[in-house]
Design a protein around this ligand. Structure first.
Ligand code: NAG
Ligand code: NAG
Ligand code: NAG
Ligand code: NAG
Ligand code: NAG
Length: 256
């Protein structure tokens, strides 16, 4: 009887230790939470006709390097063509901002003027896009088209100070989609630009952080979600542990 009570106590202590060890467990999860919208190309990759092409693409990823400076990798190519599967799809390389899973680039709603810059490996890209769309999707599945640029453009701009009225940006993580005229769900085709959703950016609001530091750093973006996890989940776990112990002790005392 004593032993069981002691074991239960140990279990509860274990729960609390886990909490102490990973107080910011949510920090890593939050940027990852944005890409549910990114399921599009991932599921497209799983369809039969494209599996071989994407497998080859992953084998040759090391050879897809950034273009040398001042060379536009898009020019001098046809806007439509078909290639055999031994050519991988071309994927975009971000030059600005640099994707960072742990600390996504931060932008202030209503203030920031975001510049997106990308390139592709000119050896891999065989088809010039007709046009390129840069769109941002948030976890609420709202999509904002930041820019539609010509197919040879290697940058786009989105001025958050000049947003169309009536479509307010929400605070949170946004997946940045870049795709050609075929749209975000296009199959990866050999030599064509593959839809890209690997960049996640964080938007924060000026109004919500009035009186705090005016730098681009946004500590509460992380602390807010971390503390909400801690406050909601761990007391629950601890309470559950205590309840479990109580039940076990009661059952044993009934049996004796
Ligand atoms: C592809 O990229 C991954 C991660 O960047 C790397 O670990 C792997 O070695 C690369 N594949 C090849 C064939 O270089
Ligand atoms: C993948 O690439 C290899 C050469 O790198 C090629 O021999 C093979 O046929 C390709 N696979 C498919 C399914 O195209
Ligand atoms: C992400 O950003 C942090 C903080 O600026 C930096 O220390 C880290 O090296 C970055 N990681 C990558 C992969 O760039
Ligand atoms: C935003 O940045 C772009 C590119 O740097 C520039 O052309 C544009 O004028 C800027 N907009 C404002 C309002 O500063
Ligand atoms: C992009 O190009 C496609 C194909 O020509 C066209 O249908 C589409 O309207 C273009 N998109 C924009 C926003 O101009």
């Amino acid at each position: 009887m004593r032993l069981i009570g002691y074991l239960c106590l140990l279990f509860v202590i274990q729960c609390l230790t886990v909490e102490a060890r990973y107080p910011f467990i949510e920090r890593g999860a939050a940027p990852g939470a944005a890409p549910p919208a990114a399921a599009g190309p991932a599921s497209a990759l799983n369809t039969a006709p494209t599996v071989s092409a994407s497998a080859n693409a992953s084998q040759t990823n090391a050879t897809q390097s950034a273009a040398p400076n001042n060379v536009n990798p898009f020019v001098g190519k046809p806007t439509s063509a078909s290639f055999s599967n031994d050519i991988p799809p071309a994927y975009l390389t971000w030059k600005k901002p640099i994707p960072n899973q742990t600390f996504p680039p931060l932008y202030k709603i209503g203030v920031s003027n975001i510049t997106f810059e990308w390139t592709v490996d000119p050896q891999i890209l065989k088809v010039q896009p007709v046009n390129i769309t840069v769109a941002l999707a948030n976890p609420q599945k709202q999509t904002f088209t930041a820019a539609v640029v010509p197919g040879t453009a290697t940058s786009a701009n989105w001025d958050l100070a000049r947003l169309a009225p009536g479509s307010p940006l929400m605070v949170g993580y946004y997946t940045v989609w870049v795709y050609d005229q075929r749209g975000p769900k296009a199959f990866p085709s050999p030599g064509w630009l593959m839809p890209d959703a690997r960049l996640v950016v964080a938007m924060y609001s000026t109004e919500a952080y009035v009186g705090r530091t005016d730098s681009m750093f946004c500590p509460t973006c992380y602390l807010g979600s971390a503390s909400s996890l801690r406050e909601s989940f761990f007391p629950l776990a601890a309470a559950f542990g205590v309840a479990l112990c109580t039940s076990i002790i009661m059952i044993f005392s009934l049996l004796q």
